[in-house]
Design a protein around this ligand. Structure first.
Ligand code: C2E
Ligand code: MG
Ligand code: MG
Length: 681
C-alpha cells in the first residue's frame, strides 16, 4: 500500500503523540500507585504497631475476646484481608480473616475448612498482598507476633480504572490533535503541493499555468520559484518555436513553417473549392551583391526585401524565406490568372525599387516562378517543385521575369536531369572532344595559337553546344572533373604536336569560375611539368565572374598562376560586372572583347565608342587585346586600325577538331593569310 505524504505525516505525529502521552500517563499512574501503596503500608504499619502495643496486656491476661476484638477491628479496615496474632511458637492465638476477599477465597478453595496456619503458608509470597509482621513483647519478653495482610486489589483496580480513563482521554486527544494537524497540513502543505504537481503535469503537456502563491513560507517560495521556471520554460519554448519556424535574419516564417502553411492551405482549399497561388521568388545575382558589397549589405538587402514583400501583400497572404535569397509567397483564394499576374508584377516592382543600404544605392532584381493549386499539383512537394522549376525558367528568361509553371517545364527539367546523368559518363564513353579555333595577330596575318573549345557528341542528341552543357556542369559541380580533363587533353595535345615538330603556338583554355576555386594553380603546375609545357604555350581564359568571388582567395590563386608563368586572359570582357578596378588589381595579360561588341562594328556608334574606349584603356594598362567573333572584313579592319593585337572569329577560322587543326597548321605558310580571309577580300 502506498501512503501519501499526508497519511505518513499524520501517522508519524500520531505515533509520537500516542507514544509520549502513553509513557507520560503510565509514569503518572505508576507514581500515583506507588504513593497509594506507601500510604497503604503506612496505614498497615500504624495499625500493626498499635495492636502490638495494646495486645500484651490482653495476652498476659488471657483475654482472648479482647484479642479477637482487636483482630476483627483490624480486619474490618479497608483493604485489610487478615489480622492474626501468633504465639511465639507460631500458633494462632487470635485471628480474623476477610472471607469475602477474592484472594482468600481463591487460596482457601471452595468449601474448605479455615485453617489459619495453612492459609498463611499459602499466602506467603503472594504478590497481590502486602504482608506485615509486628513483634509483640512485654519487658523485652516476646509474647508473640501480629501479622497483617493488606490487599493490593483496590489499588490495582483503581490503577486499571485510571488507566482506562486515561487511555480514553488520551485516544480522544490524540485523534483530535491528529485530525487538527492533518487538516492544517492538508491545507497549508498538501494542497499547494498538489497544485504544484498539477501545474507540473500541465507544463509537461505544454500548458503554462502558474500556481497561486498563498504564503510567504518555503512553500510560497517554492511556488514563486516554480512560476519563475514556468515563465522561463515558456520563453525558451517560444524561442525554440521561433527558431524552428522563423527565419532569424528576416523574422519571416522559414521553410518548415512555409511547408506547414501550404499543407494547411491545400486542405482548406480542397474543402472550400478555392484556388491559391504560390510564388517562388529568387533574387538575381544576389551572390554578386554579397561578394562586391559585403555580407552585411547582403543581409540588409534580404531583410529589406522581406519587409517590402510583406508590405505589398494582403493580411491572409504568407511570405516566407526559404533560405539564401529565396522567398515564397502564398496567396490564398485567388480568382484567376490575371489576379495572380498582378500580384507577381507587384512583387517584382516592389523588390526592384532602388533602395539605400548602408549608404549605397542598390537595385535588386528577382525572378518569380508561379504554381497554382490545384492545376499545378495537389501536394506540397509537387507544388514546391513546380514553382521552383518555373522560377528557374524565369531566371533563364532574364532578370525581373515571372513565369507560370507549365507541364513543358517538367519535360525540360527531366531532359536537364537526363543530360546531367549523361554528362557523368561522357568522358569515359569518349563523347567529349576538344576543338581548336585559331587566333591570329592583328590584321589576321600570323597564326599565334588557338582557343580550346569543348564539344560533346551525344549519341542520341547529336552535338550539344557548350553554351548548353557548361552552365549545367557548373551548377552540378561536374565542371571540376570536365575542366580538368580539358586541361590535361590540351597539355597532352600540345606535347604530342611539339614532339612531332609542329609549332602550334599557344593554347588558350577556358577555366570555369567553379574550377578556379579548387586550388587550381597546383594542378596546373603538375600538368605542365608532366607534359613539359613551357609557360608561354598556355593561356588561361577566365571570365569576370571569377573576380566576384572572395577577392583575397582569387588574388592569391592568380598570383600563384602568375608564379607558374602562364598568361592570364580576361574573357568576354564587357558582358559581366566589369569593373576597371579589377583590371588594375588582378594583373591580366590579355583582354578579350566579347563578340557582342564586335558584331555592331563599324556601323553601330555605341559599339564603336565602346570598343575604342576598351582599346584605349587596355593600352593604358599595358594589356594585349583579342577581338572575339570577328565575322566580317570590315570588323577586322576596324579592330586592326584601332590597335587590337589579336583576332579570332569565323572570318579567319572556325573551331575545328584536332586532325583538322593539325592540317590547318601544316598548311600555313609564314606571312600568308588564312584561306578564308583571302577569299573574303
Ligand atoms: P568563349 O570562351 O567566349 O568562346 C568563344 C565562343 O565564340 C565559342 O563558342 C566560339 O565557337 C564562338 N565564336 C568564335 N568566333 C565566332 C564568330 O566569328 N562568330 C560566332 N557566332 N561565334 C564565334 P563555343 O565553342 O560554342 O563556346 C561557347 C562558350 O562555352 C565559350 O565562350 C566558353 O565560355 C564555353 N566553353 C567552351 N569550352 C569550354 C571549356 O573547355 N571550359 C569552359 N569552362 N568553358 C568552355
Ligand atoms: Mg573563351
Ligand atoms: Mg569569350
Amino acid at each position: 500500500m502506498r501512503l501519501g505524504l499526508g497519511a505518513k505525516f499524520t501517522l508519524t505525529v500520531l505515533t509520537i503523540l500516542a507514544g509520549t502521552m502513553a509513557a507520560n500517563t503510565l509514569y503518572f499512574l505508576n507514581t500515583a500507585t506507588e504513593f497509594h501503596e506507601k500510604q497503604l503500608v503506612e496505614r498497615g504499619r500504624a495499625l500493626g504497631r498499635l495492636i502490638s502495643l495494646i495486645s500484651p496486656d490482653a495476652i498476659l491476661g488471657f483475654d482472648f475476646l479482647l484479642l479477637n476484638d482487636y483482630t476483627r477491628e483490624v480486619s474490618s479496615q479497608r483493604d485489610v484481608v487478615y489480622g492474626v496474632i501468633l504465639s511465639p511458637k507460631g500458633d494462632p492465638i487470635s485471628s480474623y480473616v476477610n472471607d469475602s476477599d477474592p484472594l482468600i477465597q481463591k487460596r482457601l478453595g471452595p468449601g474448605k475448612q479455615k485453617d489459619i496456619s495453612t492459609l498463611l503458608k499459602r499466602l506467603e509470597g503472594e504478590s497481590d498482598l502486602i504482608q506485615l509482621v509486628f513483634p509483640i513483647s512485654h519487658n523485652d519478653v516476646v509474647l508473640g507476633r501480629f501479622l497483617v495482610g493488606i490487599s493490593r486489589e483496590s489499588l490495582q483496580s483503581e490503577f486499571r480504572r485510571q488507566l482506562i480513563i486515561q487511555m480514553l482521554v488520551l485516544t480522544t486527544l490524540v485523534l483530535f490533535l491528529s485530525a487538527a494537524i492533518h487538516i492544517v497540513f492538508r491545507f497549508n502543505v498538501l494542497y499547494p503541493i498538489q497544485q504544484l504537481i498539477a501545474a507540473s503535469q500541465k507544463l509537461g503537456r505544454g500548458q503554462y499555468a502558474p500556481v497561486e502563491v498563498k504564503s510567504a513560507d518555503e512553500l510560497g517560495l517554492l511556488a514563486r520559484a516554480f512560476n519563475a521556471m514556468v515563465e522561463a520554460v515558456r520563453e525558451e519554448q517560444a524561442k525554440l518555436h521561433r527558431q524552428a519556424n522563423f527565419d532569424i535574419l528576416t523574422g519571416l516564417p522559414n521553410r518548415m513553417m512555409a511547408l506547414d502553411r501550404i499543407a494547411h492551405e491545400i486542405s482548406r482549399a480542397k474543402r472550400s473549392g478555392e484556388r491559391f497561388a504560390m510564388f517562388f521568388i529568387d533574387l538575381d545575382n544576389f551572390k554578386d551583391v554579397n561578394d562586391s558589397l559585403g555580407h552585411a549589405v547582403g543581409d540588409e538587402l534580404l531583410v529589406a526585401t522581406g519587409a517590402r514583400v510583406l508590405a505589398t501583400l494582403r493580411d491572409a497572404d504568407t511570405v516566407a524565406r526559404l533560405g539564401g535569397d529565396e522567398f515564397l509567397v502564398l496567396a490564398p483564394d485567388v480568382a484567376g490568372e490575371v489576379q495572380v499576374e498582378e500580384i507577381a508584377e507587384r512583387l517584382i516592382r516592389t523588390i526592384s525599387e532602388p533602395q539605400d543600404l548602408n549608404g549605397r544605392k542598390v537595385v535588386a532584381r528577382c525572378s518569380v516562378g508561379i504554381a497554382l493549386f490545384p492545376e499545378n499539383g495537389e501536394t506540397v512537394e509537387t507544388l514546391m517543385a513546380n514553382a521552383d522549376n518555373a522560377m528557374y525558367q524565369a531566371k533563364a528568361a532574364g532578370q525581373g521575369s515571372a513565369i507560370f509553371f507549365t507541364e513543358e517545364m517538367n519535360t525540360r527539367l527531366r531532359e536537364r536531369m537526363q543530360m546531367e546523368q549523361d554528362l557523368n559518363v561522357a568522358i569515359e564513353l569518349g563523347q567529349l572532344a576538344l576543338h581548336f579555333q585559331p587566333i591570329f595577330d592583328s590584321g589576321g596575318q600570323r597564326h599565334r595559337g588557338a582557343e580550346v573549345l569543348l564539344r560533346w557528341r551525344h549519341p542520341e542528341r547529336g552535338n550539344i553546344s557548350p553554351v548548353d552543357f557548361i552552365p549545367l556542369a557548373e551548377s552540378t559541380g561536374q565542371i571540376v572533373s570536365i575542366g580538368d580533363w580539358v586541361l590535361e587533353q590540351a597539355c597532352s595535345n600540345w606535347y604530342k604536336w611539339h614532339a612531332a615538330g609542329i609549332d602550334a603556338g599557344f593554347l588558350a583554355v577556358n577555366i570555369s569560375r567553379i574550377q578556379f576555386r579548387k586550388r587550381f594553380s597546383k594542378r596546373l603546375a603538375e600538368l605542365m611539368s608532366t607534359y613539359a609545357i613551357p609557360p608561354h604555350a598556355l593561356e588561361l581564359e577566365i571570365t569576370e565572374s571569377v573576380l566576384l568571388d572572395d577577392h583575397h582567395q582569387v588574388a592569391e590563386e592568380l598570383s600563384s598562376l602568375r608564379a607558374v608563368g602562364v598568361n592570364l586572359s580576361l574573357d568576354d570582357f564587357g558582358t559581366g560586372y566589369s569593373s576597371l578596378s579589377y583590371l588594375k588589381r588582378f594583373q591580366f595579360d590579355v583582354l578579350k572583347i566579347d563578340r557582342s561588341f564586335i558584331t555592331g562594328l563599324p556601323d553601330s556608334a555605341d559599339d564603336v565608342l565602346l570598343v575604342k574606349a576598351i582599346l584605349a584603356m587596355a593600352k593604358g594598362l599595358d594589356l594585349k587585346v583579342v577581338a572575339e567573333g570577328v565575322e566580317t572584313r570590315s570588323q577586322l579592319d576596324f579592330v586592326t586600325a584601332h590597335g587590337c593585337d589579336l583576332t579570332q572569329g569565323y572570318l579567319l577560322a572556325k573551331p575545328m577538331d584536332e586532325e583538322a587543326y593539325v592540317n590547318f597548321i601544316k598548311n600555313l605558310k609564314p606571312g600568308v593569310q588564312p584561306r578564308s580571309l583571302a577569299a573574303a577580300r
